[in-house]
Design a protein around this ligand. Sequence first.
Ligand SMILES: Nc1ncnc2c1ncn2[C@@H]1O[C@H](COP(=O)(O)OP(=O)(O)OP(=O)(O)O)[C@@H](O)[C@H]1O
Length: 268
Amino acid sequence: MPEPTPVIDVRGLGVTLGTAGILQDVDLTVRRGEFVALLGANGSGKSTLVRTLVGVVPPTRGTVRVLDADITRRRGVPWSRLGYVPQRSTATAGVPATVIEVVTSGLLAAGRLRPPRDSRARALAALDRVGLADRAPRAVAELSGGQQQRVLIARALAREPELLLLDEPLAGVDSDNQNSFAQTMGQLHDDGVTVLVVLHEAGPLAPLLSRAVVLRHGRVVHDGAPPRPAPGHDHLDHDHQHAHAEDLLPPDTLGLHSAFPADPGVVR
Ligand SMILES: Nc1ncnc2c1ncn2[C@@H]1O[C@H](COP(=O)(O)OP(=O)(O)OP(=O)(O)O)[C@@H](O)[C@H]1O
């Protein structure tokens, strides 16, 4: 049987912003049902890659197909089938809206300001998935950082997306919220949602990861097995279980010890 069309298919992607080359020769294939972590040091190009996938940053070279659509075409990004959670800092700042209003905004389509008829029920169902249905009428600014992050996830989930792109959803989130986030992601994955998530450390998502892609200076330097928990972190008296960023890069990229299993897949 032929392989199904990839959900994300990036070939030879180059992105230049101003005069700076941010991404070079990036290939990325994500297939339906995968749960892929996008890792790398600060400034390695992770956000730029995700922003390219949602049409915010234009490619300079190469091709980018998402859910079989060419995102460089006008209205090419298949928003009705896609959920995107940007980095938290920019997403709800200064917005005098209630929680349910923010989630409902995820149901607005380009060129149409009125949400669909069943939007309230869908927004409440999405809030229920992230455990915040009771906060629906509250001002989003009153919520803690971790809860605001969950509101943004609910906004992406309201569309019932086939593909979820998340940019550092664990950053600045306390461990309780990290664990409930991981639980929600596990359920979504069980429901068949494909996930690409930018992470600094795998944290409670580690057991869900099917693959890790590591960027360094705008290039893919690893595409294969996800990192294992760092030594000592899986001990019972240790209060968390995750891989640290320095453990995520293969030994030949930084000369550091690696948490990758013996067969790390493609190391470039
Ligand atoms: N609009 C822009 N114009 C010029 N350079 C940019 C622009 N946006 C990002 N960059 C640069 O591109 C590089 C990659 O940035 P990007 O945010 O994609 O990295 P990242 O891996 O997501 O980093 P972090 O983990 O810190 O979020 C950085 O050097 C950044 O300064």
